[in-house]
Design a protein around this ligand. Sequence first.
Ligand code: SIN
Length: 330
Amino acid sequence: MKKMILAAASVAALAFAGPAVANPIVIKFSHVVAEKTPKGQAALKFKEEAEKLLPGKVKVEVYPSSQLYGDAKEMEALALGDVQIIAPSLSKFDKFTKQLQVFDLPFLFDNVGAIDRFQQGPEGQKLLTSMASKGFIGLDYWHNGMKQMSANKPLLVPADAKGLKFRVQPSDVLAAQFQQLGANPQKLAFAEVYQALQLGTVDGQENTWSNCYSQKYQEVQKDFTETEHGVIDYMVVTNASWWNGLPKDIQAGLKTAMKAATKVNNDTADQLNLDARKKISESSAKIHTLTPAQRGEWKKAMEPVWAKFEGGIGKDLIQAAQKANGAGKS
Ligand code: SIN
């Protein structure tokens, strides 16, 4: 009798607890920017949506501001499976594929609309799998925006940059772009830029308004010039063998969560950049705008960079990107 009571009690306990729940899949999402940036907000949206759509099945841990891995280590960590999702700027994939260098060609894209058309077109979509043989799969593109330049002097014409040291991302195209101006490019991790500007290790840099403001560059740079000469956008990438090993329902849920995150990112990127521009204009730093003639001078000075990288990128890809500019014009 005692045995029967004990057995009945165990059955009741089991029924209350429900079926045994396996541990959720932990997804570490590491990035290098502040939370109040398009990418920072989108990563948080991805966590919210993924955990809502797959309750108890996934747990997304977001690590902003290079807290877990900085530029130098995040790709290695992804390859080793120490992190599952990262979203580096497109300029940081240089050593994995030359094709993505297309995004770094100066003055290639007229605006973010053109970049979006190119990314969503067949060539852009194909680039998401351009690193598959290296073990990386692109899940989506996220926009940040057009780059501006800063230094402790106005940069109104290319000659103003001559002799200055500029921080660049680890991209040979961006290095060549500054060499073309007679300036000295220094490849530095994002987390090191503020201090390098403060100490004068570098004299200037290029980035979007939201990155400049969230990193407080206005504290260490007197002049910002609205050059819009290039782009900072991201590819959200994952480890191919981890992704391919996920159960189909989890993959589907994560894809839906990614779509929601992409929407948040792309709907807010412009506004976050405009807000950041306004804040910088209200700081002690000055913003300089270029006349069309001055912009033309920058374009001409940087033009030779295209020929240097055309072979690695592929002429077709460059032409498709150029077509995306035209496609937006009525
Ligand atoms: C980022 O937006 O992820 C950082 C880009 C940079 O390194 O300048």
